[in-house]
Structures are given as structure tokens and as C-alpha cells.
Design a protein around this ligand. Structure first.
Ligand code: APR
Ligand code: PHB
Length: 393
């Protein structure tokens, strides 16, 4: 058995846990990060990659945005494609010149892992946290299992940055957390394809056949999604069917075909919203997906996770350096105000862009809402502001 003592034990090496570990390390606070997956797995995991203006600045201030600034794709607009017609939303013109950066979450995770390993701070991969103890006493204990070797970490605080369905939320007495949840009747079938992007900007498409999204990772890699029924299975979707359906939904008179290429990854993701509150129990603080999940239509998941860290890191630093707990006490309420704004925006985007196969009333309302967003300036402006910078408003 291995025993470790630290100031803050962090569960999960996703963007939230890794960035928090980095900021605490810079302030001289000891951390241990425990991750149940391998380094290869977390560095390859395919996730959304849109970073808001204020979050990109926060990453830069944190000293981890060198590659993001060099390689990230800065986008000044997005497109809404409604029933075969294109409508550009000029994000930067509509919102103070600010832009989004398209940079894969896996790239950010690689940067954060490399940063942590460079200063040799403890980061245990393939180490699954199984149990937490003492969350309301002077010292917490984290029991983990590192491929057969039990690891016990004692710490002043524990951070549950362990993603959805994580062990942290399950480790508190029944009834401690409220869980507000909504399940949407859609999934996203996502692909990564070796095909040059057709557009310099993301395309959010509402078509009566279903939702589609055109995104990209580099000048040679396209990332595309189809809204499908939640009981779909990947076996029903061969490459030919995927490209045919994407083309049917995304085609316009000017762009009747999509550039196709080998599909190198495919996945199905169910869509749901979850908010766990409060985001604290005693010495346990929740951050990122552990506390809140948004449907991916608004591209807010990673931004929210990093915005939690922007509140939690200085709060922990104030406690360790100045014995000041006021910011820790305000953590949950501060974050939840933003989280609910993001839930509202993500649900708005989802409900506007995913037609229901058998609800003509809902579909009529959706079409009207989408047309309003592209044609009424105040509505377009609100969307631009939320899309570009919701987590920093
Ligand atoms: N022990 C150790 N590690 C764990 C455990 C456990 N019991 N349970 C989960 N983990 C790890 C997961 O393997 C994962 O690597 O916690 C990590 C959580 O990371 P993320 O899921 O990336 O969550 P977060 O850092 O909050 O980032 C949120 O992820 O889902 C997307 O859209 C979301 O982009 C957002 C981001
Ligand atoms: C992505 O590039 O993977 C992406 C972009 C925007 C979204 C969701 C995913 O809303």
C-alpha cells in the first residue's frame, strides 16, 4: 500500500482537475491528481473544442495557452443553416470584436499534462478512486486503487473533478445533493474524417430530417455530427449512410456536395442536462462535469469546467495562504449562477435546432424561433454574446 499526504487531492485528469492542479502548484500548494484512465486514453478522448473568448484569456493568464494561441483556429462567426439556406452570424461584429477559438479538448489536456509532468507534480494514471472518508472532519482520506496497488491519500480538501457519474457525488450521504436533470430525445452521432473542412466557420444546421453540425480540427480534419434518435446504434450507420445523411441535411444550392474522406472515429453521445447542487459538501468541492452536464449544442461543457476552476483556484489559495474562507464559502453559489445561464442557453440551442420526428407543433415553433435568431438583430446579438463569452459575463 502507498500512502501520500497532500494539501488538495484532485480526482480526475480532465481539463478541470488538471488546470486546478496547475494553478495551485503555481501558488505553492501541494496537489495529487488521481486518474483512472491511462495517459494515452485521456489524451486521445474526442470532445468538443470551442473555447470562449474569456476562457481563452484565462488559459493564457494561467500560462498554458502557448500552443492554443499558435494552433487554435480563431473564428469570428458561425453559420446557421436552416432548410438549405445559409445565415452567417457575425459573432465578432455583434459582440465587441470578440471571437471563439476552435482547439480540441484533447489538445488542451495534452498541454496540461505536459505542463504538470515538467515540474514533476504527482499525477497517477490508471488509479481509480473508490471511496472518500472524513469529508466533514479535519482531514479527508481518498482510497484509490492503482492497478492492484492500494493508494491512500490524506488531504485538507478533495476536489471531485471526476466527470459525470463520478465517485465524488456518490460518496456523500444520501440527500446531500440535489440533482436536476433533463434527458433530451436525441443523440449525436459524431465522426472525425480525413477531409478538408468545407467552411472556415462552424455550421449549425436545422433541417426537417434532423440536426447536423459541421466543425473541424485542422485544415485536413473535419468533425461532423448528426442528430439521431437516442435508440440508434452505430452498426446501423456505415460510412456511405453517414455521408449521404450529412449531405442531405447540409447541402445548399451553392454547396450541393460535401468533401468526403475516410472516417477515423465515430461515436454516439446521448444528450442531457444535469445540475448537482450545492457544489460543495464539507471539504469536498465539485468542479466541471461532476457538477453539471450540458447538451453539446451550445459548446459550453469545457468552458464551464474551466470557469469553475477560475473561481475555485483563488478561493483555495486565499484559504491556504491567508486562512480566508469567504471565497470557498461563496464558491457554489457563484458557479451555479453561471451554470444555470449555460443550461438555459444550451437547452435553447438544442430545442431550436433538433426537429422532432412526430411533433408538428414543436417543429413549427422551432422554425419560427430559428428564423427569429437569424433575422431579428437583438436576438442575433444575444446569441452571439452567449456563444462567444457566456462563462465570463
Ligand atoms: N477515479 C479517478 N478518476 C476518475 C474517476 C475515479 N473514480 N472517475 C472519473 N475519473 C476521471 C475520468 O476518467 C476523466 O478523465 O475523471 C476525469 C474527468 O474528466 P472530464 O470528463 O474531462 O471532466 P471535466 O474535467 O469536468 O471536463 C469537462 O468534459 O465531458 C466534457 O463537455 C465536457 O468538455 C467538458 C469537459
Ligand atoms: C466540436 O467541434 O466538436 C463541436 C463544436 C461545437 C459544438 C459541439 C462540438 O457545439
Amino acid at each position: 500500500m502507498k500512502s501520500v499526504r497532500t494539501d488538495v487531492a484532485i480526482i480526475g485528469a480532465g481539463p478541470a482537475g488538471l488546470l486546478l492542479g496547475h494553478l495551485l502548484h503555481q501558488a505553492g500548494i501541494d496537489t495529487v491528481v488521481l486518474e483512472r484512465r491511462s495517459r494515452e486514453y485521456v489524451e486521445q478522448r474526442l470532445r468538443a473544442g470551442v473555447i470562449e473568448h474569456g476562457i481563452a484569456n484565462f488559459l493564457e493568464e494561467s500560462g498554458v495557452a502557448k500552443r492554443l494561441r499558435a494552433e487554435g483556429l480563431v473564428h469570428h462567426g458561425i453559420e446557421f443553416r436552416l432548410e438549405g439556406r445559409s445565415h452567417r452570424i457575425a459573432l465578432s461584429d455583434l459582440y465587441e470584436g470578440k471571437a471563439i477559438t476552435v482547439y480540441g479538448q484533447s489538445e488542451l489536456v495534452k498541454d496540461l499534462i505536459a505542463t504538470r509532468l515538467a515540474y514533476d507534480a504527482p499525477l497517477f494514471f490508471e488509479t481509480e478512486v473508490e471511496r472518500l472518508e472524513g469529508l466533514t472532519s479535519q482531514e479527508c482520506t481518498v482510497h484509490a486503487n492503482g492497478t492492484g496497488v492500494p493508494i491512500v491519500v490524506t488531504a485538507d480538501y478533495v476536489i471531485g473533478s471526476d466527470g459525470g457519474h463520478g465517485v465524488a457525488v456518490r460518496s456523500v450521504p444520501e440527500g446531500t445533493f440535489n440533482r436536476a436533470e433533463r434527458v433530451y430525445p436525441f443523440s449525436w452521432l459524431g465522426i472525425l474524417a480525413e477531409a478538408p473542412p468545407v467552411s472556415d466557420e462552424l455550421i449549425y444546421c436545422r433541417h426537417d430530417r434532423g440536426f447536423a453540425l459541421y466543425s473541424m480540427r485542422s485544415p485536413t480534419l473535419s468533425r461532423l455530427y448528426l442528430g439521431v434518435s437516442p435508440d440508434e446504434s452505430l452498426e446501423n450507420w456505415n460510412d456511405e449512410r453517414i455521408w449521404r445523411e450529412l449531405t442531405l441535411r447540409l447541402a445548399t444550392d451553392e454547396m450541393p456536395d460535401l468533401p468526403q474522406g475516410p472516417i477515423t472515429e465515430r461515436s454516439l453521445t446521448a444528450m442531457r442536462s444535469v445540475v448537482v447542487s450545492p457544489m460543495r459538501y464539507g471539504r469536498l468541492f465539485l468542479a466541471g462535469d461532476a457538477a453539471h452536464i450540458v447538451p453539446p449544442t451550445g459548446a459550453k461543457g469545457m468552458n464551464l469546467a474551466l470557469a469553475d476552476v477560475r473561481v475555485l483556484a483563488p478561493a483555495l489559495i486565499a484559504k491556504f495562504l491567508n486562512s480566508d474562507e469567504t471565497r470557498l464559502d461563496a464558491y457554489s453559489a457563484t458557479c451555479l449562477e453561471r451554470v444555470w445561464r449555460a443550461e438555459e442557453f444550451s437547452t435553447f440551442m438544442t430545442q431550436m435546432l433538433h426537429p422532432h420526428p412526430s411533433d408538428e407543433f414543436e417543429n413549427g415553433v422551432q422554425r419560427a424561433r430559428a428564423r427569429q435568431v437569424v433575422s431579428v438583430e437583438s436576438a442575433t446579438r444575444t446569441l452571439a454574446r452567449n456563444y462567444v463569452n457566456l462563462s465570463s459575463l
